[in-house]
Design a protein around this ligand. Structure first.
Ligand SMILES: Cc1cc2nc3c(=O)[nH]c(=O)nc-3n(C[C@H](O)[C@H](O)[C@H](O)COP(=O)(O)OP(=O)(O)OC[C@H]3O[C@@H](n4cnc5c(N)ncnc54)[C@H](O)[C@@H]3O)c2cc1C
Ligand code: SF4
Length: 500
C-alpha cells in the first residue's frame, strides 16, 4: 500500500463548504464550493484502495476511481485528470450531479464500515475544474480525419458524449437540436443551483472548437426529415431524451395555475439565462408570492420545490403519494430542500382541483387541490410498495400554483420521424442492442433516456460513449458482438424512478 493512501483513520471525511440555506435561497448560484487542490488531495488519500472497488462497480461509466484518487493524493493532478477523462466524457458534470449517495459513494467500503465515504464526486469535480483552469482541456485534434459523417439528434449528455468520442476517432459530426441552446436537460431542466449553466456552455463551446457542427432550432421530423438525415450521413444516433409529461388525469389540469415541471423549470432557466420573456409568461410561470404545491417525490419534484423557494414563493409544499422512505430520488436532495424551508406531506394522491375544477373553460385560477389519503400495501410487480386509497379521507390543500412532477415518457418517435420501421418498445423507447447501441435499422443507433427511459446523466454519458464505439465499428465494418438491451432490466433497474 502506498504511504500516500489509506488515511481514513487519521483524516476525517469532509465535503466542500456548503452555503447556508438562507444564502442559498436568495440566488441560483451553485450551492457548494469546489475543493481546494490540497483538500481534494487530502480527501483522496482516505481511499482504502480496495482490490475489488465497489465504488467503481456501481459507477455507470465504470470509472477507475481508486486509480485517479491515488494520483490526486500523490500530487499528480494532470495524470489524475488524464485517467479520469479516459473513462468519463463529462467528469465536470457527473462530479456535480450524479446521485453519488446511490452510486459510487453509497457503495464505498468506508461508508459501509461507518468511517464515511471518500467524497468521490467532489474530488472528481475539483480535478476537472483544475484541468479546465490549467488549460489542459484543449480542443480535440484527431490523429487523422476519417471518411464518414455521423448525425446526432439531440445535444443532451448522451449526444455530447457520443460526439466527443466520435470526433476523437476522426469522424465528421453534425448535431441537430430542437431547442435554441445545446445541452439537453443540462441546460433546460436541471437548475443552475445544481449545475451551473456556464459549465455546460463551456463544454458545448469546446465541442464546437473541436470541429463538431451544431444546428440549433432544428427539430428532426419538423424542420428536417429523418429520411433526409439518413441520406446525408453514414450513421445516425438518436439521443432525443424523453419529454412527454405524465398527466394527472383529473379535471382542470390544463387550467390556469397548473404547470408541468419541465415547462416550469425551462421558464426559470430562460430567466436565469437572460432571455426576454413577456409579463404574461412570468405571471403564468413564476412562483413568486404564490402558495406552491408540487406533486411528486423524485428529483424533478425536488428541483421544482427548490426553484420555487428561490423565486420567492409564499409557501412551498411537496405532496407525495408514498411515504418518505419510498421517495425515488436522492436523500441528499430531499435533505437540502428541507433545509431550504420546503414542507413535505406523505401518502397523499390528487383527486381534483379546487376553484378551476368545476370550470370547463379553465378560465379561473385554481384555489387548491383535493387530495386523498393513502396507505401502503405489499410490494407490486416492480418491487415497490403499492399506495392504496383510504375511503372518505379527502383533505384540501390551498394553492394557486400547482406543479406536476410525475415523470416523463418517450414521445412517439415513429410518428415524429415518419419512420414505421423504427423499433420501439411497449414504453415507446427505442430498442437497440448493447453494447453497440445499434438498432435493427443498421445505420441507426440510440442512446440515453430514449433507450432506458427517464434516468441519469451518467447513464446517458455511458451509452453515448458506447454508441460512439458501436458506430465506429459499424463504419469500419468490424464485427459487433451484440445482445438485446433489455429496457426493463438494463433500463428501469437503474432509472431514477421518477414515477411518483
Ligand atoms: C428536472 C430534472 C432534473 C434532473 N436532475 C438530474 C440530476 O441531478 N442528476 C442526473 O444524473 N440526472 C438528472 N436528470 C436526468 C438527466 O437530465 C437525464 O437522464 C439526461 O439528461 C438524459 O440525457 P439524454 O442525452 O438522453 O437526453 P436530454 O438531456 O433530454 O437531451 C435530449 C435532447 O434532444 C433534443 N431533441 C428531442 N427531440 C428532438 C428532435 N426531434 N430533433 C432534434 N432534437 C431533439 C432535446 O431538445 C434535448 O436537447 C434530471 C432530469 C430532469 C428532468
Ligand atoms: S461518474 Fe458519477 S457515479 Fe461515477 S465516480 Fe463520478 S460521481 Fe461517482
Amino acid at each position: 500500500m502506498r504511504s500516500s493512501m489509506h488515511k481514513f483513520i487519521e483524516l476525517e471525511q469532509s465535503f466542500p463548504r456548503l452555503r447556508s440555506a438562507l444564502a442559498r435561497k436568495r440566488d441560483f448560484a451553485e450551492i457548494d464550493e469546489v475543493f481546494t487542490a490540497s483538500a481534494s488531495s487530502a480527501q483522496a488519500s482516505r481511499c482504502e484502495q480496495c482490490a475489488v472497488p465497489f465504488c467503481q462497480t456501481y459507477c455507470p461509466v465504470d470509472n477507475n476511481i481508486p486509480d485517479w484518487l491515488m494520483l490526486q493524493a500523490e500530487g499528480s493532478a494532470r495524470a489524475a485528470w488524464e485517467r479520469l477523462s479516459e473513462v468519463n466524457a463529462l467528469p465536470e458534470i457527473c462530479g456535480r450531479i450524479c446521485p453519488q449517495d446511490r452510486l459510487c459513494e453509497g457503495n464505498c467500503v468506508l461508508e459501509r464500515a461507518g468511517h464515511g465515504t471518500v467524497t468521490i464526486g467532489a474530488i472528481e469535480k475539483q480535478i476537472a475544474e483544475h484541468a479546465f483552469a490549467s488549460g489542459w482541456v484543449t480542443p480535440i485534434h484527431p490523429p487523422f480525419e476519417r471518411e464518414g459523417s455521423v448525425a446526432i439528434i439531440g445535444t443532451g449528455p448522451a449526444g455530447i458524449a457520443a460526439a466527443i468520442r466520435l470526433r476523437e476517432f476522426g469522424y465528421r459530426v453534425t448535431m441537430y437540436e430542437a431547442h435554441d441552446r445545446a445541452g439537453g436537460l443540462m441546460i433546460y431542466g436541471i437548475p443552475n443551483f445544481k449545475l451551473d449553466k456556464k459549465v455546460v456552455q463551456r463544454r458545448v463551446q469546446w465541442l464546437c472548437d473541436s470541429g463538431v457542427s451544431i444546428e440549433l432550432n432544428c427539430r428532426i421530423g419538423e424542420h428536417k426529415s429523418f429520411a433526409e438525415l439518413r441520406e446525408q450521413h453514414d450513421a445516425v444516433l438518436v439521443a432525443t431524451g424523453v419529454y412527454s409529461a405524465r398527466r394527472l388525469s383529473i379535471t382542470g389540469e390544463d387550467g390556469r395555475g397548473v404547470v408541468p415541471a419541465f415547462a416550469y423549470l425551462q421558464h426559470s432557466d430562460r430567466c436565469y439565462l437572460g432571455d426576454k420573456l413577456s409579463d404574461e409568461q412570468h405571471l403564468a410561470m413564476s412562483a413568486k408570492d404564490k402558495r406552491v404545491v408540487v406533486l411528486g417525490g423524485g428529483d424533478t419534484a425536488m428541483d421544482c420545490v427548490r426553484t420555487a423557494q428561490r423565486q420567492g414563493a409564499k409557501s412551498v409544499l411537496c405532496l407525495y403519494r408514498r411515504d418518505r422512505a419510498s421517495m425515488p430520488g436522492s436523500r441528499r436532495e430531499v435533505a437540502k430542500a428541507e433545509e431550504e424551508g420546503v414542507s413535505f406531506a406523505f401518502l397523499y394522491s390528487p383527486l381534483s382541483l379546487l376553484g378551476a375544477s368545476s370550470d370547463a373553460t379553465n378560465s379561473g385560477i385554481i384555489t387548491g387541490v383535493r387530495m386523498q389519503k393513502m396507505r401502503l400495501a405489499r410490494a407490486g410487480a416492480d418491487g415497490r410498495t403499492l399506495p392504496i386509497a383510504i375511503a372518505g379521507s379527502e383533505e384540501d390543500f390551498a394553492s394557486d400554483f400547482l406543479i406536476t412532477a410525475l415523470g416523463f415518457e418517450a414521445e412517439d418517435l415513429r410518428t415524429r420521424f415518419s419512420e414505421p420501421e423504427l423499433p420501439t418498445s411497449d414504453w415507446g423507447t427505442l430498442v437497440v442492442c448493447k453494447p453497440s447501441m445499434r438498432s435493427s435499422m443498421g445505420d441507426v443507433f440510440a442512446a440515453g433516456d430514449i433507450v432506458r427511459g427517464a434516468s441519469l446523466v451518467v447513464w446517458a454519458v455511458r451509452e453515448g460513449m458506447d454508441a460512439a464505439r458501436g458506430i465506429h465499428a459499424y463504419l469500419q465494418k468490424a464485427p459487433l458482438s451484440e445482445e438485446l438491451f433489455d429496457q426493463q432490466k438494463d433500463g428501469q433497474e437503474h432509472s431514477r424512478g421518477l414515477i411518483a
